[in-house]
Ligand binder design. Sequence first.
Ligand code: IPM
Ligand code: MG
Length: 404
Amino acid sequence: MSLMHLRYGHVGRERTHLDPRGVCMPRYRIAWLPGDGVGAEVMDATRLVLDAVGLDAEYSRGDIGWEFWCREGDAFPARTIELLRNVDAAMFGAITSKPSKAALDELAPPLKDKGLAYRSPIVRMRQLFDLYVCLRPCKAYPGNPLNFKEGLDLVVFRENTEDLYAGVEFSPVPPELSQTLAKLAPAFAPFQDLRPDDYAVSCKINTRKGSARIARAAFEFARTNRRKKVTIVHKANVVRASDGVFLEEARRVAADYPGIQVDEANVDAICMWLLKNPANYDVLVAPNLYGDIISDLCAQMVGGLGFGCSGNIGSKLGVFEPSHGSAPKYTGQNKVNPIATILAAKMMLDWLGESAKGRAVEAAVAKVLEEGRVRTYDMFGASTCIEMGEAVARSLPGDRKEGR
Ligand code: IPM
Ligand code: MG
């Protein structure tokens, strides 16, 4: 899969870059963010594969996750943000999130009355680094016993920085806001007499720029990877203002790609159609929340949590992760399927421009699945997380098993 169209400019050091002692420096600097829960396990398994494929990289570990929230009041500390400013790409495992009250209860005592509020680090990271593309390929690899249908090869482009994820939310609702809404929006009438605590407002903000750039990323991907069709997902028949902007901009971009079939679908309808006729779909592009939802649906059709991988890509940085969470109940059991993280690493290789290595990793995953000898519990097997990583590393095509 070529992802070069998503890169702007040079990534990585020149091959000949020397440190002050004249030693050749690794080509890439990768932030390594295991997070918590099963994050560390899936990342360890993935590292076996990256090392075996011989990526010329130095990995810098970064602090992120629940323990840093509890200890420092920040799950995404400033030093980790600084690290991300100085790397070519990042691999990210998983982190635990808890509802607001539980999060406050677990804060270290001296931090409890400081008015801290937990916000998902991955959402912050996407916004802070303007990682506006969320790329989620969902492919049914032959031999995966969890495939819903064989032959599926869907790619979701989810807008990653705005929409209902903008973080502009009110609970309780300030009187200035309710007064303004009462003045400007006739549809607000049924709510205007509610007490501030009796309702909440979350703003769905979709910009022309944000909508156009995700649409452009999806159509460029379709063009460079010889995909036939792009489906624009929306709900503009009801959410007229913000989805209207998304749809208008996506249509405008589509007009620049006459060779690619364009299709439009309401988000509710596409959930039915995807289940009924998934083979009719190819590339899908959606605003943030709809993209979040349909990408889980698509991932489930090709094996579920253990197979959903995600690339968060901006103009300077790409952060690659499994779509699953930290699965606290499996933590420390070396049990979960690391394939989602390994496929995320494959995406990172593609994005870095190391597409031969990317192809090698994907071929190795496909081989392990096809053979069916190594299977984690989700695939009804008894192999461990690390055994799966070892199996993929061993299955790399001969000339890619460097250092062996
Ligand atoms: C995802 C996840 C995140 C999201 C959560 C963990 C904040 O569901 O990456 O799809 O909602 O974007
Ligand atoms: Mg999600």
